[in-house]
Design a protein around this ligand. Structure first.
Ligand SMILES: Nc1ncnc2c1ncn2[C@@H]1O[C@H](COP(=O)(O)OP(=O)(O)OP(=O)(O)O)[C@@H](O)[C@H]1O
Ligand SMILES: [Mg+2]
Length: 400
């Protein structure tokens, strides 16, 4: 082996390759230029491949690419050596380089063939794009389904909550209605007898008179309370008539302007060509007064009480609006202290109040609620602490 190699690198016996070409410049230079260009090109290819592999570490069969790089490099080297042997007869070294190139070529060629079916099986960019598009479509479908489910769940929770609230109101209404009805009968007896005693005591002493007056005043206050209770319990006889809501709102507002004080601004916003409603006039006014008083009490430092009136056609109602039919929306909003969620939840309950004892009966909103429901209307309340409160009354359109 040593002997073989030694004989390979012996050069004395040979002439350089240029000698065979008789040093003819055209031949020599055509060889030199061509071999240089081929060698440089071959050398540049492995660099391009190496750069590609460095950037794309996810490429499959990367080792084949490296083998290809070695093979091309070896080919380039043989061309450079062909230039060298034009002047230096190192044919042995050239043979060794050629042999190494041969090994690299054969190994690469052998490795390449079995790889072909697997390379062909790799998905093409177009196929990948299709799969991607398909996947994207499925994700969109799934997102839409989740969204629909979420909406449905929210809707169901809202319906359940409304049902619970309606059941609670129904039970409270029945109970307070029953109590108020019986209490009313007793009050009638008490008041009638007090009145009779007052008449009989006409000739008597003034102190008895005063005492009876105070008793009658107390009885009348009790009767007013019972009235409110009855209207919540929907046992109050109502006299629904067609009304112009704008006229009612303006009447109430002009009365409120005198009572609400200078700190509260009243803004009225009425849509032209508004519809008429069917409702009991007194109770409608009563409801507006109740809401306005609540608003004023919620704005001790002043603010704006806004009353908006507009038509709400069937099917055009907001999410929390009435389910069917044409309505007129009377919205009363304030810029007051607002209510935390637990107060909002109970605000319509009879006797629920956050005001100190003796200052609120807690019947205001429950009365409004009872009136609206009894008038086949719809009521909603929205409130945010520090922002304000909005109560919406939807009353049915006259002739609708
Ligand atoms: N506009 C409002 N801003 C903030 N809180 C309000 C408003 N309206 C009602 N509330 C809250 O709801 C509770 C119940 O109101 P409701 O009108 O039924 O009773 P009240 O005002 O306390 O007493 P009453 O009206 O019988 O004098 C109030 O105590 C208050 O806490
Ligand atoms: Mg009130």
């Amino acid at each position: 082996m040593i002997d073989y190699l030694r004989r390979l690198i012996e050069t004395e016996r040979f002439a350089p390759h240029g000698y065979c070409l008789q040093w003819q410049p055209e031949l020599i230079w055509t060889h030199v230029v061509s071999d240089t260009l081929i060698g440089v090109s071959y050398f540049s290819i492995p660099f391009a491949l190496a750069y590609f592999m460095a950037k794309r570490r996810d490429v499959q069969f990367g080792w084949v690419v490296w083998m290809f790089a070695v093979f091309i490099m070896a080919c380039g080297l043989t061309h450079f050596f062909a230039i060298w042997t034009l002047w230096n007869p190192d044919y042995g070294v050239e043979a060794i380089i050629k042999a190494l190139t041969a090994i690299a070529s054969v190994v690469t060629a052998i490795a390449l063939w079995p790889l072909l079916p697997r390379a062909i099986a790799l998905p093409s960019p177009a196929q990948l794009q299709r799969v991607n598009d398909d996947l994207r479509m499925r994700i969109a479908e799934r997102d839409a389904a989740i969204e629909a489910l979420r909406r449905e769940t929210t809707e169901r929770l809202r319906a359940e909550e409304m049902l619970r609230q309606a059941q609670k109101m129904e039970a409270l209404g029945q109970m307070s209605g029953g109590v108020a009805h019986d209490f009313n009968n007793m009050l009638t007896v008490v008041l009638a007898n007090l009145d009779r005693a007052r008449r009989l005591a006409d000739a008597g002493d003034a102190r008895l008179h005063k005492t009876l007056d105070a008793a009658i005043a107390g009885g009348e206050r009790a009767a007013a309370l019972v009235d409110q209770l009855l209207s919540f319990a929907r046992r109050q006889p109502l006299q629904p008539t067609p009304l112009d809501p704008e006229a009612v709102v303006r009447d109430v507002a002009s009365m409120l302007e005198r009572t609400l004080g200078q700190t509260v601004d009243i803004a009225i916003d009425v849509q032209p060509d508004g519809w008429r409603i069917v409702a009991d006039r007194n109770q409608t006014e009563n409801a507006l007064v109740n809401l306005a008083v609540n608003a004023q009490q919620a704005m001790p430092g002043g603010g704006t009480l806004r009353v908006t009136v507009r038509n709400v056609a069937a099917g055009d109602a907001p999410d929390d609006g009435p389910a069917a039919g044409d309505h007129v929306l009377i919205e009363v909003s304030d810029t007051g202290v607002g209510m935390p969620p637990d107060v909002v939840e109970r605000a319509f309950d009879p006797f629920f109040t956050t005001k100190p004892i003796g200052q609120g009966t807690g019947l205001g909103l429950s009365q409004v609620y009872g009136f609206v429901r009894q008038s086949n209307g719809h009521i909603t309340l929205k409130s945010d602490v520090g922002v304000g409160t909005t109560v919406r009354l939807y009353l049915p359109r006259a002739g609708g």
